[in-house]
Ligand binder design. Structure first.
Ligand SMILES: Nc1ncnc2c1ncn2[C@@H]1O[C@H](COP(=O)(O)OP(=O)(O)OP(=O)(O)O)[C@@H](O)[C@H]1O
Ligand SMILES: [Mg+2]
Length: 310
């Protein structure tokens, strides 16, 4: 029982009208792990999450969430998971405490006062409990939203871009909280566009145009991409010229500037090396081999998915 994944979906399909937004996706979310859910805008992450919460009905496929059947045990699923929506959905004109008390009331949690005290304390919100939610910074708002969805002690948390637009320090604090919850046995599925957050996950799933493109640990996903990456460094004009020259050359799949350096990525290592060597000599930039980053891999997956669509 305990080795069964917290979420298992197979061949999940969701359509809106004649558009297939989730296209036969199969994936597992392992118990006690933090699983990242990545993919470009509009790739179907929120839709999948809403199907897995039982808020949307799938048009095909099957799945279990905490052992309950999707599409059948909807009420059980809803009551045993925590879902943090992509958009802030609490009351701006209530204080933190009032918001949490309201949600605790919806869940019928008792004794209300104690439940709210505990969650305020647990998430470091006690000192701000009387502040209006609308006056909080993005980071504190998200922390309050997290408090609201863990109050009923769910075993599974689905977090949809919980840190979008939040500053790096607050994002780091938020992730510490997520790791803390996972260490306590919580399973977490979290969608994000931030690479540093993806790298903090035990496992990542990447979807594009509704299709699962890659899944595994960060190392596995990078290895699966099968990319070679070179770095070109030098003065800005030289690097800019190098990027322009590299476009369309043999072996070059992607180029991406990082400050004063350029990442050059491709699948055909030999052809890529020849091209980069040539361009380095022509432009007077320094060339070195570097490790492929998760971002390099994701950008490649995205371009390939676009090519497949076209
Ligand atoms: N209720 C709906 N009716 C029709 N189309 C929808 C509906 N909800 C989402 N879509 C469409 O489905 C596609 C997937 O949307 P979804 O919100 O799941 O993507 P996402 O991966 O969460 O994107 P983002 O990273 O921008 O949050 C988009 O093209 C979107 O416009
Ligand atoms: Mg979304």
């Amino acid at each position: 029982m305990s080795t069964e994944p917290a979420i298992r979906v197979e061949g999940l399909v969701k359509r809106f009208g004649d558009r297939t937004v989730v296209d036969h996706v199969s994936m597992d979310v392992n118990r006690g792990q933090i699983t990242g859910f990545l993919g470009p805008n509009g790739s179907g992450k929120t839709t999948m999450i809403r199907v897995m919460c039982g808020l949307l009905t799938a048009d095909g496929g099957t799945g279990t969430v905490l052992g309950y059947q999707l599409g059948r045990d909807t009420r059980r699923i809803k009551s045993e998971i925590g879902y943090m929506t992509q958009r802030f959905s609490l009351y701006e004109d209530l204080t933190i405490r009032e918001n949490l008390a309201f949600v605790a009331g919806l869940y019928g949690l008792r004794p209300l006062r104690k439940v709210v005290d505990e969650v305020l304390e647990g998430l470091g919100l006690s000192s701000r409990q009387h502040q209006l939610a609308g006056a909080l910074s993005g980071g504190w708002k998200q922390r309050m939203a997290l408090a609201a969805c863990v109050m009923h002690k769910p075993r599974l948390l689905l977090l949809d871009e919980p840190t979008a637009g939040v500053d790096p320090k607050a994002r780091r604090d938020f992730w510490e909280e997520i790791h803390h919850l996972a260490a306590g046995g919580m399973t977490v599925l979290v969608s994000t566009h931030y690479m540093d957050e993806a790298e903090r996950c035990h496992f990542v799933n990447y979807i594009s145009y509704g299709k699962l493109v890659a899944s595994g640990t960060v190392e596995e996903v990078i290895a699966h991409a099968g990319l070679t990456t070179f770095l070109l460094e030098g003065e800005m004009e030289k690097v800019t010229a190098a990027e322009r020259m590299l476009r369309g050359m043999p072996g070059v799949a992607e180029t991406a500037p990082f400050g004063t350096s350029l990442h050059v990525v491709g699948r055909d290592a030999a052809a890529l090396k020849d091209s980069v060597q040539h361009v380095a000599a022509e432009t007077g930039t320094r060339m070195s081999a570097t490790e492929t980053s998760l971002e390099d891999a994701f950008i490649r997956f995205m371009s390939e998915a676009q090519d497949n669509m076209a």
